[in-house]
Structure formats: C-alpha cells, structure tokens
Design a protein around this ligand. Sequence first.
Ligand SMILES: Nc1ncnc2c1ncn2[C@@H]1O[C@H](COP(=O)(O)OP(=O)(O)OP(=O)(O)O)[C@@H](O)[C@H]1O
Ligand SMILES: [Mg+2]
Length: 171
Amino acid sequence: MKVALTGTPGVGKTSVSALVRSFQVLTVDALAEAADAIAGFDRARDTNEVDVDKLAESVGRMGGDALIEGHLSHLLGVDVAIVLRCSPRILKKRLMGKGWSEAKVTENVEAEAVDVILIEALEAAPVVCEIDVTDMSVQDAAGAVEEILAGESEKYPVGDVDWSQEVLDWF
Ligand SMILES: Nc1ncnc2c1ncn2[C@@H]1O[C@H](COP(=O)(O)OP(=O)(O)OP(=O)(O)O)[C@@H](O)[C@H]1O
Ligand SMILES: [Mg+2]
C-alpha cells in the first residue's frame, strides 16, 4: 500500500514522518531524483519543480508498502492520503521560524486557510484522512499516522477541520 503524508509546507510532514516505524518512509524529493522527475527549479519558491506524472508512473511500478512524504505526495497515485492540518495562526509562526520571506509565508498560510491541499487530495486519492496537529506533539501526530497505517483511517475523517472562524477574525 502506498500512503501519502501531505499538507501545506510547515505543517510537520518531515518531523512526523521521522518518527514513523511501521512503513518505510520516502520523500517526494528523493523519489523524484531517483526517477529523474525533477523538471526544474522554482526560484521564487526555492523548491524543485517535480514532473508529477512521470513520478506517479515510477511510484506505480514500486512494490511494497511506503509512506511518501511531501506536499505533492497526494498526487502520486497513492491508496491513502493523510493530510496534516495546522491552524493558520500557528502555521505562520512555524514558517516564520524557518526564516521564509513574508510573501512565501503568506502564500502558504492562505493555502492552509482555504484547504488547498485537502481539496487536491480529495480529487486525487480514494481514501483521505485529516489530522489536526495544531495542538499535538510530533510524537502524538506520528502515533495518529501509525493508527491510520494500521487500518484505522475512520478515526481521522475529513471534515472536522474548519479554519473559517479564524479567517473571519482576520477582518
Ligand atoms: N507538532 C508540532 N509541534 C510543534 N512544532 C512542530 C510540530 N511539527 C513540526 N513542528 C515544527 O514546525 C516546523 C516545520 O516542520 P517540518 O519541516 O516538519 O514541516 P514540513 O511539513 O515537512 O514542511 P515542508 O513542506 O516545508 O518540508 C519545524 O520547525 C518543526 O520543528
Ligand atoms: Mg518537509
């Protein structure tokens, strides 16, 4: 089974996946490099441009179980997409902590606020789970991911996360 661990940049995908033990963990970047699916470099976003179709084909040929982490992982023909969610207010602090520019922070905080990755995941993956990690430790979030990998996806249904009240408070 292939499972994506996805979410807006800064929600904690890399931190959480580092504590997952039951599945081998692969990153989108490493997979893209191995599959020769890096199409270029997005200088404005300081990130690789990945040829998602080429990478999805390569992932489709892979055997075995894997947890694939990265904000494009839900687009790779996975069986399950786990979307980590984080309150935009807290996410802003985390992204500023990464030393990112205000424009890049704002772009990602807005994307989280309007559910961009969740909506993409719902269009791309047959099973989607959401974990609100806002008030969770990295360990607890990894525990929730392990529960989903063990087949308990119904414990983390889509639809419980709603940042609209927080967004309305911005105005
Ligand atoms: N549950 C958490 N509680 C508090 N801080 C966290 C938590 N998860 C991650 N962080 C912190 O938030 C920051 C972003 O985490 P991380 O790099 O794992 O996110 P990411 O989703 O992999 O981001 P990117 O998409 O940019 O790779 C890091 O400084 C990390 O230590
Ligand atoms: Mg990461």
